[in-house]
Design a protein around this ligand. Structure first.
Ligand code: 13P
Ligand code: SF4
Length: 317
């Protein structure tokens, strides 16, 4: 039981959720205890779709800030809460609006497609947003020959460039978690477990993607483990996802891909891990911190997100 200051967080959270008609949305990178109290667990795309369709009055987002902001943009009349405003994203922070504007000016005449892992001022500059689940269908929905500028993740950008063969220039940003995986350590584990399949997120670097048996978003990786017949997987993404993989595949074995520095624990997203059960309880009780976005900025950021939602729906995602 999660009990501090004599408060049973889990039952208090359940009570507050009911009393306030609130819903908890959690990303797969949250810790297992948080995933277990969530009403809905998903990848960035599924969480956005849920935020857009829920009839709850309050959305408490157990994830990072850009995800909660996307929820607010899709449900502007709802109260959207995040238990820790410092839950940022190193990838989003690797792309500052001023520098990105310059990059756009240096590459004129291109459609601006950005990964949802950005701060809101980048969304305002974008024509279409994508997630790791729908990046390829979004690019393919654009007319052949259309020139594209993609940011901020260089690994996802190069992955979709190779997959689609389109004319794409890519911003040079990256996520600190996915660039930390050690190819050598992954291959060592594979050597010790030759039957294991290597499954990785497209934010991983090319050498890691090249040895992978399967590449996909967190939701796609989870689905793969359920439909594939291997018994053991080496998982090249934030290890929070392994909680659901184990729950949905009893009997299978999941080995987190290790980081280069075996002493740092840096295959975990420190921003995601800022969210705790205790902070969720206080956030729901006090209804803060709340995501607030200037209405003009919200409207501008909404257009490219709605385009993403429409293309995803047409693609059956
Ligand atoms: P998903 O699109 O798989 O949810 O990934 C989000 C993310 O932050 C990856 O680091
Ligand atoms: Fe951002 Fe990387 Fe954390 Fe995902 S894992 S939220 S991209 S810092």
């Amino acid at each position: 039981m999660n009990r501090i200051e004599n408060i049973d967080y889990v039952s208090e959270i359940k009570r507050l959720k009911k009393e306030k008609n609130a819903i908890i949305l959690a990303h797969y990178y949250q810790t297992g205890d948080i995933q277990d109290i969530a009403d809905f667990i998903g990848d960035s795309l599924a969480l956005s779709q849920k935020a857009a369709s829920t009839d709850a009055d309050i959305i408490l987002f157990a994830g990072v800030r850009f995800m909660a902001e996307t929820a607010k943009i899709l449900s502007p009349r709802k109260k959207v809460l995040i238990p820790d405003m410092n839950a940022g994203c190193s990838l989003a922070d690797s792309c500052k609006a001023e520098d990105f504007k310059k990059f756009i000016d240096e590459n004129p005449g291109r459609t601006i497609v950005t990964y949802v892992n950005t701060n809101i001022d980048i969304k305002v500059l974008s024509d279409i947003i994508c997630t790791s689940s729908n990046a390829i269908p979004i690019i393919e929905s654009l007319p052949a020959g259309e020139k594209i500028l993609f940011g901020p993740d260089r690994n996802l950008g190069n992955y979709i460039l190779n997959k689609t063969g389109r004319d794409i220039v890519v911003w040079n940003g990256a996520c600190h978690v996915h660039e930390e995986f050690s190819l050598e350590a992954i291959l060592k584990i594979k050597g010790e477990n030759p039957e294991a399949k290597i499954i990785v997120h497209p934010e991983c670097e090319l050498p890691v993607r090249m040895v992978a048996d399967y590449i996909g978003s967190t939701a796609a990786l989870l689905k793969f483990t359920k439909t594939d017949n291997a018994e053991t997987y080496i998982v090249g993404t934030e290890p929070g996802i392994i909680h659901q993989m184990k729950k949905e595949n009893p009997g299978k074995r999941f080995i987190p891909a290790p980081p280069r520095d075996s002493t740092c624990g840096c295959n975990e997203c420190s921003f995601m891990k800022l969210i705790t059960i205790g902070k969720i309880y206080k956030c729901l009780r006090d209804e803060k911190p709340e995501i607030l976005i200037d209405s003009e900025v919200l409207e501008k950021a909404r257009k490219p997100i709605i385009r993403m939602m429409e293309i995803s729906e047409k693609s059956g995602l």
